[in-house]
Design a protein around this ligand. Sequence first.
Ligand code: BG6
Length: 539
Amino acid sequence: MPTTPNTASTSDRSGNQAEPTAKVSSTAHAEPASPAGKRPAPPCTLVIFGAGGDLTKRLLMPALYNLAVDGLLDDGMKIIGVNHGERETKEWVDDLHKSLQQFAADKASTFHAGKLDDKAWDWVAQRLEYMAGEFETDDVFTQLKQKLEKSSGGNVIFYLAVSSRFFKPITEHLGGAGLLKESDDGKSGFRRLVIEKPFGTDLASARDLNEHILSFAQESQVYRIDHFLGKDTVQSILAVRFANALFEPVWRREYIDSVQITAAETIGVEGRGAFYEQTGAFRDMLPNHLFQLLGMVAMEPPNSFDAEAVRNKKADIFDAIKPLTPDDVVFGQYEKGPAGVGYREEPDVAKDSTTETYAAARVFVENWRWAGVPFYLRTGKRLAARRTEISVQLKPVPFRLFRDTPVDALTPNVLTLRIDPAHGTSFDFNVKTPGPVMQIGAVKSSFDYADFFAERANVGYETLLYDCMLGDETLFQRADSIETSWAAVDDVLHPKTGGAVPVHGYAAGSEGPAEADALLARDGHAWRLLREEATPEKK
Ligand code: BG6
């Protein structure tokens, strides 16, 4: 993660210095931090396996375009798209252009750039080349090798934007063709491998995949993506925690009562029924995206933004998670409701499917800072609202002072870090209401990014691609963390006793299954409402 402190220069892990960045003030409507001060990434060839896929169209191309707009790509960059099926480069490029224009014009799309900057698009388009090939045959790798030998610089990123069943064969072929080899003196340029999610489906498969990949590449060449870490609001968790004196002193079990981490979606499985049937909400979101959020909230302060410094602290958290048992989780599946049909009516889904579309968990981190503090995690499709956020609830204060007043109870302080779709933070606290009597009113103080900074069209992959080109692995998953995360949930996926975790119904468009409420009620807690802000009404 390239850091842009107020006045200092930015530097990556290799210590290369960038120009000083613009100062970001904390007053309203401050100038946004300009990326113009950052240096362009080094020249490289980006080889995208899965050039015809959704990820390439929706996220990688918009991200490359945004990086081009910001002038962060080197003129020597090339992008080779590999996919099965013969096509002319021009046809591929025209298709990408059309999609980009559609996304740019669509306010609901993450890439709502408005009108495309033709100059930036032409810059990207001139560097695109399509290559037809089957991912499991030697042919395509031999051809690739010839192409790459001719390209300048020798730096290559292989991006596996493909179904996870191709991760092993593509890596094996790349390794077999010598395409992952870097010379010891580093003069031949870098070779990096970007691997998308899902990285395994449980501990055994993740270990096996790591072992396979690491027999062809060094750990330092492997960039395992969790796209949540590409979100500015997620990266900002460390800034909120460690750039302010207010939070860190109370950020511990002595003061924190509980933490809720929510990734609620209103969409259903969106034509991904076949994938989802095999995956389910728990595997899709919990040991990866939600654990990453947990890691950012719970980690100890690192001494620097150096990739290993940050990843070591996060790894400590995954390692300290008390292994979950089936008793710690609740699964749900949406049924017909106000938001539409039930999951079993979706295309490519079995009529008697028991795949969960909702998962909630009660997680404990067994270390000195967090022992005894429950972290409640939940995620689901077709819920009442789209909301990704983290709410940190503080412990109640002593009540004695208010005993002889009309106050019967105090609302707990809650700091909410809003990740999506709202970007910002809010803090619930208590004040005296106006008037002669000591009455307490619960109020909310909010910060919204849009009120302070110009919104930038950002699909979340810009930083990830740029960091990979720079060789900064801070925002990528290390093999050990992937495995400890899967290890923490292995007993839920493969219960040692009893059967599979039961799946409870919930109405499409609701707050989730009632059993998830019971999971928190056991501890005297309740989920924050999705549909409405859990805030007091303005009087
Ligand atoms: C993906 C999951 O990794 O993350 C999807 O496979 C989910 O099922 C998505 O919808 C959520 O990401 P975001 O950025 O839209 O919150």
